[in-house]
Ligand binder design. Structure first.
Ligand SMILES: *[C@@H]1O[C@H](CO)[C@@H](O)[C@H](O)[C@H]1NC(C)=O
Ligand SMILES: *[C@@H]1O[C@H](CO)[C@@H](O)[C@H](O)[C@H]1NC(C)=O
Ligand SMILES: *[C@@H]1O[C@H](CO)[C@@H](O)[C@H](O)[C@H]1NC(C)=O
Length: 421
């Protein structure tokens, strides 16, 4: 757990923040914030609490055999043999995680993490909760509110993940969100002065790269096979590009300018920035958590996988089903630990008005999920940010201002607000 407190005295109280993933460390986010990464009045008004969920960051981490993790299998199996190879890898990987992590692996679901947040809230003086959940952190926040509706002062859900839709619906929703964001990126990358792809038809270039990488994987010249894979298949390119759409503005390390450079380099024969990484521990934590939180029954046969793939290709030809949701539905196949916190509609009934914020072009937590959550939270206000990128707080725009004002005053804004920053 990391804790940040500025020198000002008249604090409102503690503010929990969860950066999402799952697998991202809240402690690290608080360290960035303390280092000046975020300009907001919330720094002077709250003690920031970054509680790393079970299996994540400074908490005891999930550990797995990384040699098994690095084995290359397709998440888009076309034959029974490919399908069985995928399930077998997942099973052996999961068994290695169970052996190296111990029984903790069975208890890192989001309900358990919500209860941990309640224990820490009580330990910090039993004041009503103030919390910002970003991305997956919104699922944590919503599940907390379902369990402890009377213990909340303010709750912000920024970049909303809905934990109740069906498996196929989630793939459709996220594939379309990724696809929409990608098409916005193509327009920007083909026209912005800062983009090395300026003047090019970037959509055509994307499709051509995919076609080329399908025939022969593109080399990743800065990877040595231990830090990242030495070449990149079309499928890996599809999955790995999504992460760069998180921020449309530069400076965040997961942003459009880097994707533009990554694609440009790939056309020159070096796809390093699109290569699958093996040195990112958050991916292991994420995998172990999502396998306890999400079902994958529609993928229990090859035919089921193929129907979903066909659906995704039909509706979202640019991304073809690749998405975080597809990843979790197919890396949890064969996982040795049972689902503990399956998708389920919530009925959050709080006195505190929950503040929901979502971009209409979010590349990963679709506006469709935010809209869907309106029926799962009784007392809420949804602010729509018209624009690109995933989550709004860190952008420091109008939506971030609304979030800060709500957390400080404890009063929700009026319904129906639409912002452009
Ligand atoms: C691969 O590169 C990483 C750093 O990028 C380095 O730590 C590691 O030792 C290298 N491994 C091999 C086998 O060269
Ligand atoms: C593209 O290649 C250039 C030259 O090697 C390098 O400086 C840049 O970091 C690469 N872009 C990405 C996203 O890795
Ligand atoms: C794909 O390969 C063809 C044939 O080698 C090449 O002409 C084309 O430029 C490649 N596409 C991209 C986007 O690099």
């Amino acid at each position: 757990m990391a804790h940040f407190s500025s020198s000002f005295t008249n604090k409102i109280g503690s503010l929990f923040i969860n950066p999402g993933g799952p697998g991202a460390a809240a402690s690290q986010l608080v360290v960035f914030v303390a280092g000046g990464a975020l300009q907001t009045p919330l720094l002077d008004t709250f003690d920031w609490i970054g509680l790393d969920p079970r299996g994540v960051g400074l908490s005891k981490q999930v550990e797995c055999n990384m040699d098994i993790y690095a084995e290359r299998v397709s998440l888009f199996p076309k034959t029974q043999e490919e399908y069985e190879k995928l399930v077998d890898k997942n099973k052996r990987l999961g068994e290695s995680c169970r052996e190296l992590t111990g029984p903790l692996l069975e208890h890192i679901d989001t309900v358990s993490v919500a209860k941990d947040h309640e224990a820490v809230r009580i330990a910090l003086g039993n004041e009503p909760l103030n919390m910002i959940g970003l991305s997956y952190g919104t699922q944590l926040g919503a599940q907390y509110a379902q369990l402890f509706p009377d213990n909340i002062r303010t709750l912000v859900l920024d970049g909303i993940l809905q934990h109740s839709q069906g498996e196929a619906s989630n793939i459709l929703t996220e594939s379309l969100a990724y696809s929409l964001a990608l098409s916005h990126f193509f327009v920007w990358a083909g026209s912005d002065d800062s983009s090395p792809l300026k003047g090019k038809d970037v959509e055509a270039l994307w499709l051509s790269l995919l076609l080329n990488a399908t025939e022969t994987p593109i080399p990743a010249l800065s990877c040595n096979g231990t830090d990242c894979r030495i070449d990149v298949t079309a499928e890996e390119m599809l999955f790995n590009a999504q992460g760069y759409l998180v921020f449309s503005v530069p400076g965040f390390g997961e942003s459009w300018d880097i994707l533009s450079s990554a694609l440009y380099n790939a056309t020159l024969g070096d796809a390093s920035a699109l290569s699958t990484r093996f040195d990112d521990h958050t991916a292991i934590s994420e995998l172990a958590i999502v396998c306890l939180d999400w079902t994958h029954t529609s993928s229990l046969t090859l035919a089921g996988v193929q129907v979903k793939k066909h659906m995704a290709e039909t509706f979202a030809p640019l991304t073809q089903g690749a998405s975080q949701t597809w990843g979790l539905q197919h890396t949890c196949l064969g996982w040795p630990v049972e689902v503990k916190n399956p998708p389920k509609k919530l009925d959050v009934d709080t006195d505190a008005t929950v503040l929901m914020v979502n971009s209409d072009a979010d590349p990963s937590t679709s506006y469709a999920w935010a809209t869907g959550m309106l029926e799962e939270i009784r007392n809420k206000v949804l602010v729509t940010r018209v624009g690109d990128g995933h989550t709004s707080l860190v952008l420091g725009g109008e939506a971030a201002g609304i979030i800060a004002e709500y957390l400080i005053s404890g009063v929700a804004p009026k319904e129906g607000l639409v912002t452009t920053s």
